[in-house]
Design a protein around this ligand. Structure first.
Ligand code: CP3
Length: 341
């Protein structure tokens, strides 16, 4: 049904002529046409207006040419729907005026009806699917419960999420109630996204690497596993844990279709830790896209040689940075399309 199904075939572990490619955070951020929209509409207006979300989602497909689209939205629409105020402050990033810090605060957090509170996301998916016209698959996403907790408790981005961790270690009972509420909401949300038409989902555990391997199991992984269990029979699931190489063995047995790898873990180590059985996605250092296009091409080809062309999805090790020249992003994608072996 989907004309370019390389990405879906790689998720199934099928043999392919070349691996598929897309870039985390490819929708928005570095594209000049996106910057123009950004001047006119604030962040959550862009998320909540299906026409705008569709336009931004399709932009990189037409201008850069990856093999999959990722819906323009944000992981923080989940806490918003859960009755936690979230603002996006220009130059600051996420800003939560009333962070969740006590058991009482946790009690006030609701598990919403996702169709009511997040219906605009489903509308954006339906409109985007039409605009994509089955050319490439559409990826839906959510943050991991731990990563969402990080923002809801810390109240903003952080280098170490010290307040979030302090909350977990001093009030674990409340932390687990909050994590379970986020998990229940996320499962309903991702199921609704699948019903609306997404072809795969990715869970971003952007701050999983802030936790020790033991705490990772307790505060992050067990909730990720619940989400994978609930979704894996409906849709391929990609689990991306930044800085979580230590958990790759367990993640490879989770039922996820693919695992995201960041650039601090070598292809060889990632393959070793996952037993060579599962599709891996990654892992060029996003700042490497500052290199000249010729060097980007060389590094991409080397990366494919190291991971192997099968059971592999070419990507960055984290999101593309806002000041990457478009031609360098294009060199990254083109290098994969040129690859043959
Ligand atoms: O490809 C895409 O960009 C699709 C949409 C997307 C956004 N956020 C749009 C966005 C996706 C997949 C995300 C995920 C996201 N959001 C994550 C997980 C991925 C990762 O990078 O680790 C996280 C941690 C967030 C939280 C968040 N949202 C932060 C920290 C920021 C500020 C800094 C920044 O630019 O990333 C945002 C704002 C945000 N989300 C912007 C965009 C395009 C920039 C603000 C704007 O456009 O006004």
């Amino acid at each position: 049904m989907i004309k370019n199904d390389l990405f879906l075939r790689a998720l199934k572990g099928e043999t392919v002529d070349r691996p598929p490619v897309w870039m985390m955070r490819q929708a928005g951020r570095y594209l000049p046409d996106f910057m123009k929209l950004k001047e006119k509409y604030d962040f959550f207006t862009r998320c909540r207006t299906p026409e705008l979300a569709t336009e931004i989602t399709v932009m990189p497909i037409n201008q850069v040419g990856p093999d999959a689209a990722i819906l323009f939205s944000d992981i923080l629409v989940i806490p918003q729907a859960m009755n936690i105020e979230v603002e996006m402050k220009p130059g600051v990033g996420p800003w939560l005026p009333n962070p969740v810090r006590t058991s009482k605060d946790v009690e006030k957090v609701i598990v919403p009806n996702v169709h009511e509170e997040l219906g605009y996301v489903m509308d954006a998916i339906k409109m985007t699917k039409q605009a994509l016209n089955d050319e490439v698959p559409l990826i839906g996403f959510a943050g991991s419960p731990w990563t969402i907790l990080c923002y809801t408790v810390q109240g903003q981005g952080s280098k170490n999420f010290d307040i979030a961790k302090k909350f977990c270690f001093t009030n674990p009972v409340a932390a687990h109630i909050l994590l379970q509420k986020i998990t229940d909401t996320t499962i309903a949300y991702l199921k609704a996204k699948v019903a609306a038409g997404v072809d795969a989902v990715q869970i971003f555990d952007s701050w999983g690497g802030m936790l020790s391997p033991t705490d990772y199991q307790i505060f992050s992984w067990q909730y990720m596993q619940q989400i994978i269990d609930a979704l894996k029979d409906e849709v391929p699931v990609i689990a991306f844990g930044k800085g979580c190489w230590f958990a790759l063995d367990e993640m490879s047995k989770s039922g996820a279709s693919a695992l995201g790898i960041d650039w601090t873990c070598s292809a060889r180590n990632a393959r070793y830790l996952t037993g060579g059985k599962i599709t891996l996605q990654g892992n060029l250092d996003p700042t490497r896209l500052y290199s000249p296009p010729a060097e980007i091409r060389k590094m991409v080809h080397q990366m494919i040689d190291e991971f192997g062309k099968d059971r592999y999805i070419v990507n960055l090790g984290h999101g593309i940075l806002p000041d990457i020249p478009v031609e360098n992003a294009r060199a990254f994608v083109d290098a994969v399309k040129e690859y043959s072996k």
